[in-house]
Design a protein around this ligand. Structure first.
Ligand code: SAM
Length: 304
């Protein structure tokens, strides 16, 4: 018998929750999924009680898996861990058995479910990450240091001025470089992964910076900007999705003034050129590297 609602942590946005016994509450770190679920279910903004049980969708990175399990187990209620083989559910199960009490294990097509019934998982809580003096999120992007593609874009940026936007800002590596330009008056950081944005906030104590936990494909600025910088994502979960990067370019074009400029870095294999030429009248490829291409795109075309 459950003593409170089932707390779901990071469930896929299309999860069918009708089969769950009793009320549910949901915590989600990815803003687009959070918003989609919030239309139908009560949301929590922390992994906290009251809860009668937890259903935890296992994240991909090992550090994030352990951290999540530690947070869920700290609630002192049964934790059902749901994971894919490709994300290491078998390793997580073995490790959980070595630390705590694991009950039922259910195999499914591409993964497993197992129930943690008790145990002290506090040693699995991730310490706050730091790299080169910056806060970095557990399980976020480029937590070992500045991404080489972003570093290449930073090196190619001319002096910027006015209002800038960083789409998919992560923990703020590109944003920090933008704010180093004294003539930048405002920077909007748009990021969907809550822990990454929290780190960016901690890393950039600058009154010119505004932080938006938002889906960059749907977000629009209050006023059009002079510059957009972006190192767009090209994966959703494990699946490659160049459409996500293209949607970032749509937002960039829609967010710039007629004289505004997009500064873009992309892995060399990503096919953005055609899409860029539909969106911008002027495109210049800057000198990149064997792994990365850099673009300056100006004069956004407006839909008629
Ligand atoms: C390639 S990383 C670049 C991060 C950062 N700009 C840097 O240079 O280190 C792309 C970032 O986009 C974020 N992201 C993914 N999907 C997003 C979305 N729909 N809206 C906003 N940000 C998103 C990811 O969480 C990640 O931080």
């Amino acid at each position: 018998m459950l003593t409170g609602p089932v707390l779901l942590i990071d469930p896929p946005a299309d999860t069918d929750l009708t089969e769950l016994p009793g009320p549910v509450a949901i915590f989600h770190d990815h803003q687009p999924d959070h918003d989609m679920l919030a239309r139908r279910h009560p949301m929590r903004d922390a992994i906290a009680g009251p809860a009668g049980g937890v259903v935890l969708s296992l994240p991909r990175s090992r550090a994030a898996q352990r951290d999540r399990i530690a947070q869920a187990a700290a609630l002192g209620v049964p934790v059902l861990v749901d994971g894919q083989k490709t994300d290491g559910i078998d390793t997580a199960l073995r490790a959980a058995r070595a630390v705590g009490r694991v009950g039922a294990v259910i195999s499914k097509a591409h993964g497993k479910l197992f129930v943690i019934e008790g145990g002290d998982f506090s040693g699995w809580k991730a310490a706050p990450g730091r790299v080169d003096g910056f806060a970095v999120p557990t399980g976020g992007f480029s937590t070992d240091g500045i991404d080489p593609g972003s570093a290449a874009l930073i090196a190619a940026l001319p002096p910027l001025k006015g209002h800038a936007i960083d789409l998919g800002a992560g923990w703020g590596a590109l944003s920090r470089a933008v704010l180093s330009h004294a003539a930048v008056t405002r920077l909007d950081l748009v990021e969907s992964h809550r822990p990454s944005l929290d780190c960016a906030r901690a890393n950039l104590a600058d009154p010119r910076a505004a932080f938006h936990w938002a889906d960059a494909t749907a977000w629009r600025p209050a006023a059009r900007a002079d510059h957009v910088v972006a190192n767009p994502p090209f994966h959703r979960g494990r699946a490659g999705d160049p459409g996500l990067g293209r949607a970032f370019l749509d937002t960039a074009a829609a967010s710039l003034t007629p004289r505004g400029t997009l500064w873009l870095v992309a892995n060399r294999h990503l096919p953005y050129e055609r899409h860029l030429s539909g969106l911008f009248a002027e495109i210049e490829e800057l000198s990149g590297s064997p792994a990365y291409k850099l673009f300056r795109a100006a004069r956004p075309r407006r839909p008629r």
